[in-house]
Design a protein around this ligand. Structure first.
Ligand code: C2E
Ligand code: MG
Ligand code: MG
Length: 333
């Protein structure tokens, strides 16, 4: 359902009412995801986000109703990607495309880095966001094929840019826990990097903080090893799931990425501002670079600036675009 012209509060209260009505009805269930946006630049993106939240809602329902095992949290029509052989062929056919989103430095709004984000293009006219296929691949472990494909792509692009005399900057790549749990993870990174002939300093490994709950993985030791090999480490989605102060005190890392859920709140919630300001201060003291993610408005940027945030990423500065477009827009000769 697309509801144009509704103020945020009204939109949210209607969504809440709708959810409550379904919850109260024992016969008719529905999972609901919604997304409000002030303006519409990219309707598909907004729909995809609402869709992802709908699957989250579904997940919560099935978690609390364990008798049902019918649940799938991904688009059913993409189930074929769970087969590693099929996935490999889709990668070979260039149906997975690496997009890049700039990270900018706040005072001058210059691009100082980028994040690589995967997209799936089953047909020329369709672009599928990772929220629709990564959860499925995480279940099967096939996601590592994607992660390493992206890493390899980024290394060869960096090499090409350098050969073309462009001024390059570090690019970050997301890694799922399946990849991080591989015994030779760091060795594989080093090998790809070496064979591409680029320095590991140009690569940042993004790890999501909820990883700490994965017991079989000694995240602290892994981070030490990754950094020991010369790569930087970023903790992604900081502020989403757990109390994170323990992480700050127990592990040395290079970059903290403040999750967009906090950024969305920062302009209007003084408590969020107080937290962000304190995190920025801690990062300053510990020599960690802090990047705020998901900035969409000038108001948010101004509030973050006042909190001491100096690095930013978000639609306000640039959406993820394909590598060719990224080169034209952000790389200087
Ligand atoms: P992430 O690593 O936290 O990446 C940031 C996400 O926020 C991206 O979504 C990006 O498009 C979106 N974003 C950036 N600026 C804004 C903004 O101003 N507003 C809003 N609403 N969103 C913004 P995307 O590309 O859909 O990726 C979603 C997640 O999928 C990523 O979150 C990351 O966890 C995962 N992912 C993406 N590529 C890969 C990959 O190659 N490997 C793995 N393992 N995970 C990946
Ligand atoms: Mg990330
Ligand atoms: Mg993030």
């Amino acid at each position: 359902i697309i509801c144009p012209g509704l103020e945020k509060e009204l939109f949210e209260s209607r969504t809440r009412d709708l959810k409550a009505q379904f919850r109260a009805d024992p016969m008719c269930r529905a999972a609901i995801g919604s997304r409000w946006s002030e303006k519409i630049d990219d309707l598909n993106q907004i729909i995809a986000e609402a869709d992802a939240r709908m699957y989250e809602d579904k997940k919560i329902f099935y978690r609390t109703h364990p008798a049902s095992n019918r649940y799938r949290h991904h688009s059913d029509e993409l189930l074929y990607l769970a087969d590693p052989g099929v996935l490999q062929e889709e990668i070979r056919q260039n149906r997975f495309v690496v997009y890049l989103q700039p990270k900018i430095s706040c005072p001058d709004r210059r691009a100082v880095g980028a994040e690589a984000l995967i997209r799936y293009q089953p047909r020329p006219d369709a672009l599928v966001l990772p929220g629709n296929f990564l959860p499925l691949m995480e279940e099967t472990g096939a996601v590592s094929q994607i992660d390493f494909f992206v890493f390899q792509f980024v290394c060869s692009r960096l090499k090409r840019w350098m050969e073309q005399g462009k001024a390059v900057f570090p690019v970050s790549v997301n890694f799922s826990r399946c990849s991080l749990a591989q015994p030779l993870f760091v060795e594989q990174l080093t090998e790809i990097c070496d064979s591409s002939g680029i320095s590991p300093e140009l690569l940042e490994i993004e790890i999501t903080e909820s990883l700490r709950e994965v017991e079989e993985l000694d995240i602290r030791a892994l981070i030490i090893k990754i950094r020991g090999a010369g790569f930087s480490v970023a903790i992604d989605d900081f502020g989403t799931e757990y109390a994170n102060l323990a992480l700050l005190s127990s592990v040395e890392f290079d970059v903290l990425k403040l999750d967009k859920s906090m950024v969305g709140d920062v302009a209007h919630n003084p408590r969020t501002r107080a937290i962000v300001e304190s995190i920025a201060e801690i990062c300053g003291k510990l020599g960690i670079r802090m990047v705020a993610e998901g900035i969409e408005t000038e108001e948010q940027m101004a509030a973050l600036n006042a909190c001491g945030v100096r690095l930013a990423q978000g639609f306000l500065f640039g959406k993820p675009v394909c590598a060719g477009q990224f080169e034209k827009t952000y790389l200087q000769q």
